[in-house]
Write a protein that binds this ligand. Sequence first.
Ligand code: COI
Length: 363
Amino acid sequence: MSALDFTQTSTARRVDDDERTRILAEPGFGRYYTDFMVHARWTLEDGWGGAEIVPFGPVQLSPAAAVLHYGQEIFEGLKAFRHADGSVWTFRPERNAERMQRSARRLALPELPAGDFLSSLMAITAADEPWVPEATSEESLYLRPFMFASEEFLGVRASHCVDYYVIASPAGPYFPRGVQPLVVWISDEYARAGAGGTGAAKCGGNYASSLLAKREAAENGADEVMFLDSETHSSIDELSGMNVFAVTADGRLLTPSLTGSILEGVTRESILRLAADRGLEVIEQQLVMSEVLGQIDRGEITEMFAAGTAAVINPIGELRARGGSWTVGDGGSGEVTLALRTELTDIQYGRIPDRHGWLTRLV
Ligand code: COI
């Protein structure tokens, strides 16, 4: 059920048509923002209200706002895809709405009703419709809903005032090199999340804790970092913002099971379905790092890839660690990886039938 009515306070555009065209020609990822943003506020006394579409711009916060001190914040990521007939769609938004509610529970934030989540996506996409890239490109409008503790209060407790926003950013490939095989650094020192922690929630703190490991990865010439479980440092959790998969020579698709410290990726879940549809044996289990490296050495694992909303599906060509490096398959982009990527994006862009009913029209 939807209760919030997002009313637009101004229709004046921030960016002129020529500048927007220039940006859309090469948006990169997360570099440019649209004309508008969506906002709503929750208070303990009144619940959700004040839904509005306002010009994109700075947010005013008290320096004592709880989020700045205790990190009570969560977010989501989705994409709006233009189809050939000009309509604009998004992918499985109900799964993001549910995950945002789970994240909210874990971070003691208020749950936004799924109907309001969806209407906030529709509101920003309608207001920023000229920012949705053409159907002929592999680009999209990335939607970033987020909420944070805005109460001015330094005591440690759940905030009594929470602000919800959706901002939008035109998006090309997540990785600067495009869809090219990644070098992934295996972190032996840092963990992303531990048992009973916030690993399954999409909260800023998980990403903050990945940054030092990501820096270490970059210093070792890698594009991404792979985290192992915090307790034994022996089995694979995920990358800094993506789930991880391996394909075996005998037709299995392996991915770490959801242990409570891994993000329940919407792309992850969709890949498992598409892979099963094409006859792969899908296995969610604990993936012991040393065993995976042995399987790569023996040619039993032939492909690996990273997957997430922003990254879509990106091949992994090499794993690197302090003790050595392992080339996955021939180090290139695997056949199964690319086939899954093509099928997923063909569904998202409306190029093949949406047989699972995953798309929701936004505009
Ligand atoms: C997404 O894939 O949407 C994320 O939020 C992950 C982040 C690394 C961009």
